[in-house]
Design a binder for this molecule. Structure first.
Ligand code: ADP
Ligand code: ADP
Ligand code: MG
Length: 460
């Protein structure tokens, strides 16, 4: 096993990784920015090393600097977490070239899956269903129009390099396609430095269903069931649960096998996620594979009792997976709420600032992942997600009840956050019935905001 790992990330995921390393008796080197000098991970890493200014491009994204620190500090491996360099094939390659193990799949695999339209083609060749769309990339608006005419409106214009819900726009008609194509392309260029575009049929009111994959370097690949991540705003997840209320055991088996087939097609190893949209008629379509640990991985950990980060580290060290598909038993129901420093009443605008008072929930079956503490100042430089609350209970309804209690216990003074907003979702009749899809938030926003302003608690 490794003796020392460099953590190339921050916030709650850095805490998650450090805790896991401490349990495995692995020392950690934490590369942090000046803005994070007072952060919790700095307190708990074995060797915190300041690598530069707040701006991610001058610190967390400095590939050569990170490699340098890893070498000087004699780290055998680097864990990239999620976001930042976690899906950067060039960085994984640099690690490989410098004799440092990148905790994730190989640079080759990241590259294969990183271009979403190329991944689509690979899936098609391996009998994994994809939505109707372009064969490969579209180079011009005229080409996009031709594809849209063929598959029919509405369509979704997507960036091949996209992530975090950015670089995609809907179009319901030829008139809308022009501006959708141009805005998506411009956004892709500024967000990813890459404006290659492709088209997919826009699936109306789908569920976002993703499967957690684990693989080792001996060719073993298993899945650990699904997560339903359909509560989204701007194509970004806010709440996730497992299992999904809309999958029958037959469909779960079919989608799980497709996810494993997808991973095998890429020669995958390490932890990864195969994402699908599921339409109203229960047809599913591959949308992308995330080649990293995911924000919502604890949901799967709660129902499977598998420590995904630990498995990632074991596999990176050349060990075999601890479990076969037959060993995976999923029990109970788990829900995650992402607590963001943002204002639901001001269009979810970020609300950086100092936390003057903080109380986070606890109790049986309640798990907290955070790097926040009372007195901590949330910096405007990074993602607004500052904590995750995950609950696990016997049934879905029990999990909903547990999460309501947990969210009611959240007390944050000094900054706005979305805990109460999510509490309200948990009382929405359609959510309770499981009658929700990716358009839920958009459709119920008015109602939820009214409740939010009124500050009404409990059943309605
Ligand atoms: P998940 O599927 O794990 O929920 P998200 O799409 O929410 O992933 O992204 C996780 C984190 O990574 C977020 O902080 C998001 O801002 C960041 N992220 C996602 N894609 C990219 C990207 N291509 N480049 C940089 N950061 C990204
Ligand atoms: P990202 O790389 O930004 O995570 P994804 O391709 O995973 O982008 O899509 C993000 C979200 O956008 C999905 O969870 C889903 O809600 C929506 N989406 C993506 N593709 C489609 C599609 N073809 N039809 C309908 N919704 C889609
Ligand atoms: Mg995605």
């Amino acid at each position: 096993m490794f003796k020392r790992i460099l953590i190339a990330n921050r916030g709650e995921i850095a805490m998650r990784l450090i805790r896991c390393c401490r349990e495995m008796e692995i020392d950690t080197v934490l590369a942090y920015s000046e803005a994070d000098k007072d952060s919790l991970p700095v307190q708990f890493a074995t060797y915190p090393v300041c690598i530069g200014p707040a701006k991610a491009s001058e610190s967390y994204l400095q590939q050569d600097l990170l490699i340098d620190v890893a070498r000087k500090m004699e780290c055998e491996a680097i864990h990239p977490g999620y976001g930042f360099l976690s899906e950067n094939a060039d960085f994984a390659e640099k690690c490989e070239q410098n004799g440092i193990i990148f905790i994730g799949p190989s640079a080759d695999i990241i590259r294969k899956m990183g271009n979403k339209q190329a991944a689509r083609t690979l899936m098609k060749q391996n009998q994994v269903p994809v939505a109707p769309g372009s064969d490969g990339a579209v180079q011009t608006l005229a080409e996009a129009e031709a594809v849209a005419d063929k598959i029919g409106y509405p369509v979704l214009v997507k960036a091949a390099a996209g992530g975090g819900g950015r670089g995609m726009r809907k179009a319901f008609s030829k008139e809308e396609l022009k501006s959708a194509y141009e805005t998506a392309k411009a956004e892709a260029l500024s967000a990813f430095g890459d404006d290659e575009m492709y088209l997919e049929k826009l699936i109306l009111k789908p569920h976002h269903i993703e499967f957690q994959i684990l693989g080792d370097s001996f060719g073993n690949i298993i899945h650990l069931g699904e997560r339903d991540c359909s509560i989204q705003r701007r194509n970004q997840k806010m709440m996730e649960e497992s299992p999904s209320k809309v999958l029958s055991s037959e469909l779960r088996k079919e989608m799980g096998e497709a996810a494993v087939r997808a991973a095998k097609a890429a020669g995958y190893y390490s932890a990864g996620t195969v994402e699908f949209v599921l339409d109203q008629e229960k047809h599913f379509y591959f949308i992308e594979m995330n080649t990293r640990i995911q924000v919502e991985h604890p949901v799967t950990e709660m129902v499977s009792n598998v420590d995904l980060v630990k498995e990632q580290i074991r596999v990176a060290a050349g060990l075999r997976l601890n479990a076969t598909q037959a060993d995976i038993v999923l029990t109970g129901h788990a829900i995650e709420c992402r607590i963001n420093a943002e204002s639901p009443e001001r269009g979810f605008a970020p609300t950086p600032g100092t936390i003057e008072f903080l109380h986070l929930p606890g109790g049986n079956g309640v798990r907290i992942e955070t790097a926040m503490y009372q007195g901590y100042t949330i910096s405007p430089y990074y993602d607004s997600m500052v904590a995750k609350i995950i609950v696990h209970a016997e049934s879905r309804l029990d999990a909903i009840r547990k999460m309501r209690v947990a969210l009611e216990e959240v007390m944050v003074q000094g900054i706005d956050n979305n805990a109460f907003f999510q509490y309200l979702i948990l009382y929405h009749p359609d959510y309770i019935r499981g009658n929700y899809d990716t358009s839920f938030l958009e459709e119920h926003m008015g109602e939820l905001l009214e409740w939010h302003k009124a500050g009404v608690k409990g059943e309605r």
